[in-house]
Design a protein around this ligand. Structure first.
Ligand code: AMP
Ligand code: ZN
Length: 115
């Protein structure tokens, strides 16, 4: 497991910083976003640190596939049976602020931002 001592999301994954958990298993953690941009907004991270898709490689295919496959179940459990959106921001020009790869999972009744 690749971990970073001072990475915010590594610290959340280690339980050093509290989070409102949606799901946890050996490889993945999902928790509510502290500043929700939609009625339902939670984040999913691999527990093993990787900065973003810019620095991910074939060794991450399994966990990335698992995360995308897990998203619809968690989204529906959080009340997004009518649909949801996945967003991954990558790097400065991609609007990424926390440099530990994460999927935003957003849903709930509109209106919220079109893309
Ligand atoms: P991004 O801009 O894609 O890097 O998104 C980072 C997200 O992390 C933002 O939506 C923040 O609101 C969220 N965030 C920052 N700190 C925390 C925290 N301690 N717990 C939960 N979400 C957080
Ligand atoms: Zn990290």
């Amino acid at each position: 497991m690749n971990v970073s001592a001072d990475c915010l999301f590594c610290r959340i994954a280690r339980g050093e910083i509290p989070s409102r958990k949606v799901h946890e298993d050996a490889e993945v953690l999902a928790f509510h976003d502290i500043h929700p941009a939609a009625p339902v907004h939670f984040l999913m991270i691999p527990k093993s640190h990787v900065d973003s898709l810019l620095t991910s490689g074939s060794e991450h295919e399994a966990v990335l596939g698992k995360m995308v496959a897990l998203a619809p179940r968690l989204a529906q459990e959080q009340g997004c049976g009518n649909g949801f959106r996945l967003v991954i921001n990558n790097g400065p020009d991609g609007g990424q602020e926390v440099n530990h790869l994460h999927i935003h999972i957003m849903g709930g009744p509109r209106p919220w931002k079109r893309m």
